[in-house]
Ligand binder design. Structure first.
Ligand code: ADP
Length: 638
């Protein structure tokens, strides 16, 4: 293939600009990113060698090499890992495959704390342009003969060419170092051995592969008897290994420093911020494994995209097997980052085998138990911290209530809710502790935001009775609340559905009589309203749940809520339209007035009231034009 020049994808250009201009105080992390990539490439090669014995090289030979050159002003990073094919080069560098890149860029342009945001996005290789004004990549994929030479000055285009790589498979990255114009004395020389030693120690000490650098040492010359000759020295070249290579997860937690944990987290998560929490332990017994897991401090920007990978990295006796292993933790713990190292699994496990492997299932069960226990202890002892965690990942954790039967109760205990009680989050247990003596059930309402729920007409009677109501605003709550159904013998009850039973026997008798009287009083009006909205609701009746609002719509006890129906529809799953009940508040003055109006006007008002009820619960109305015309009309004739 001949040499070609290609343009960077527009987003890549923007990312490069953003990085060069906002990460200047973090320049040195380019090396962490490149070493991290090289280490991944070596891990991948070792894994592939299991199924391609003909590629097999020795693990001792696998390494990363740094070659600084002060005169040429270059720093070269070499690995003899898996390498890339021509197509892979085009796919991996020069384009950004992340979903949500556009949104990220928009956010990043407005963000104050850019480094943190960029860190979440993970710009990896591109960070080389923070220190280099020209980057050359020479790579060759293991198992192939071809090599690919890629080069760019980072200003909009790059070239690719087919050029054999004499050393065989692996990747060489040459950074032509920038001359920084800042007067900033903190700008370091990245071709300096001491600077490199320091950076590697700081960020990449735990990398399992040796990071080598050729150094020259002065040595006394010796005579034939091995005695130093006075005043005579010679230069000796030797390889220095810059990292200690200790697998951090196999060390005892008391020996690992916070900084070491942080850098390891950044390596496994591709996040640039510090982790929020870590869980590091060794499991003994039926399954022996070591786990080092982290919870990120913010929600990764691509967290909710469907194609975003999750899962822990799996090692068998220190040997990397795969990353993003989804079989080690359930999806509701997909915020976890980190590694599991097992001594029981075979080195030849594949993704397909993992799914069914009994040992893997046992590890998963143990990991879930440990993580939930850890969270429970955080909730009990560090409530504020737990709430921070909950705000980020609570909606994910709750999913488990709907699909992990064996941990359902623990997850219910761990769940927090907004409620009418105060601005603070509450657990179900705390709610139950505050329940009134005569209160029969745990009440909740689901909706799109706290604001709409706080003013919801459905709350009126409960507020009057001083019963607490949980606000459920996460989409997943529609499923979660249905799944809980009971907590500590108390049923959970949606206050927007039929069958809300708030009263004592005595009160009930009284209200029944009142309702009967009102039904009598409003008989003909109820009929007219029913006629006007017959296509939309199955019944119009006198309400006992309203105090100030004129009316509301109530779903059948077993029907999906209006919001659930809306969400299913937006996911492309049509739900059979369930007609609801329209409840009217006979004590609202509008009905007193309406009673004496001509039937035509009554019908028109019935329609307006129905649409108002939709709007207050957050549902769209069918014909907004007609609705606003009706309101304008009403205002004209007041
Ligand atoms: P990330 O590492 O977050 O995926 P990068 O931009 O750093 O993002 O790298 C993109 C991809 O390029 C990597 O996922 C990997 O497939 C490939 N790559 C980068 N460096 C190397 C390397 N030294 N050897 C082999 N492949 C590499």
């Amino acid at each position: 293939m001949a040499k070609e020049t290609r343009a960077f994808q527009a987003e890549v250009k923007q990312i490069l600009d953003l990085m060069v201009h906002s990460l200047y105080s973090h320049r040195e992390i380019f090396l962490r990113e490149l070493i991290s990539n090289a280490s991944d490439a070596l891990d991948k090669l070792r894994f592939e060698e299991l199924s391609h014995p003909e590629w097999k090289g020795s693990d001792e030979e696998k390494h990363i090499r740094l070659v600084p050159d002060k005169e040429k002003r270059t720093l070269t990073i070499i690995d003899n890992g898996i390498g890339m094919t021509h197509d892979e080069v085009l796919q991996n560098i020069g384009t950004i495959a992340h979903s949500g890149t556009k949104e990220f860029l928009k956010k990043a342009k407005e963000a104050k704390d850019k480094p943190e945001l960029i860190g979440q996005f993970g710009v990896g290789f591109y960070s080389s342009f923070m220190v280099a004004d020209r980057v050359t990549v020479h790579t060759s994929k293991a198992g192939t003969e071809e090599g690919t030479l890629w080069e760019s000055t980072g200003d909009g285009s790059f070239t690719v060419d087919s050029v054999k790589r004499p050393e065989g498979h692996g990747t060489t990255i040459i950074l032509h170092l920038k001359k920084f114009e800042d007067d900033d004395s903190s700008v370091e020389d990245f071709a300096d051995e001491w600077v490199l030693r320091r950076i590697v120690k700081k960020y990449s000490d735990f990398i399992a592969w040796p990071i080598k650098m050729k150094v020259t040492r002065e040595e006394d010359e010796v005579d034939a008897e091995g005695k130093p000759i006075e005043g005579k020295t010679k230069k000796v070249e030797e390889d220095e290994v810059l990292n200690s290579r200790k697998a951090i997860w196999l060390r005892s937690p008391s020996e690992v420093t916070d900084d070491e944990y942080k850098e390891f987290y950044k390596h496994v998560s591709h996040d640039w911020s510090d982790p929020f929490e870590r869980i590091h332990y060794r499991a003994e017994g039926s399954q022996e494994f070591t786990a080092l897991m982290f919870i990120p401090s913010t929600v990764p920007f691509d967290y909710n995209y469907r194609d975003t990978k999750w899962g822990l990295s799996l090692y068998v006796n220190r040997v990397f097997i795969m990353d993003h292993c989804e079989d080690l933790v359930p999806a509701y713990l997909r915020f976890l980052r980190g590694v599991i190292d097992s001594s029981d699994l075979s080195l030849n496990v594949s993704r397909e085998i993992l799914q069914k492997d009994r040992q893997v299932q046992a590890i998963k069960k143990a990991v879930v138990g440990k993580v939930l226990k850890h969270l429970q202890s955080m909730m009990d002892n560090e409530r504020e911290r737990y709430e921070t965690f909950w705000k980020n990942f609570g909606a994910t954790l709750k999913e488990g209530i709907t699909n992990d039967f064996s941990n359902k109760e623990k997850l219910e205990e761990l769940s927090l809710f907004h409620s009418t009680h105060s601005d603070k989050l509450t657990s179900l247990a705390e709610y139950v502790g505050r329940m009134k003596k005569e209160q029969k059930e745990i009440y909740f309402i689901t909706g799109d935001s706290l604001k709409t729920l706080q003013n919801s007409p459905y709350l009126e009677r409960l507020k009057a009775k001083d019963y607490e109501v949980l606000y459920c605003i996460d989409p997943v709550d529609e499923w979660v609340m249905q799944s809980i159904s009971k907590f500590k013998d108390k049923h959970l009850r949606s206050i927007t559905k039929e069958g809300l039973d708030l009263d004592s026997e005595e009160e009930k008798k009284k209200t029944e009589e009142e309702v009967k009287a009102k039904e009598q009083e409003f008989k003909s009006l109820l009929n007219t309203i029913q006629g006007a909205v017959a296509e939309k609701v199955k019944e119009v009746k006198i309400s006992t749940r309203l105090v100030d609002s004129p009316c509301c719509l109530v779903s059948g006890a077993y029907d999906p809520s209006a919001r659930m129906a809306r969400m299913m529809e937006s996911m492309g799953q049509s739900m059979p339209q369930q007609k609801r009940i329209m409840e009217i508040n006979p004590n609202h003055p509008v009905f007193g007035r309406m009673k004496d109006l001509p039937e035509n006007t009554q019908k028109e008002w019935a329609e307006i009231l129905y649409n108002q009820a939709l709007l207050t619960e957050g549902s769209p109305i069918e014909d907004p034009m007609r609705f606003s015309r009706q309101i304008a009309n009403l205002m004209t004739h007041m």
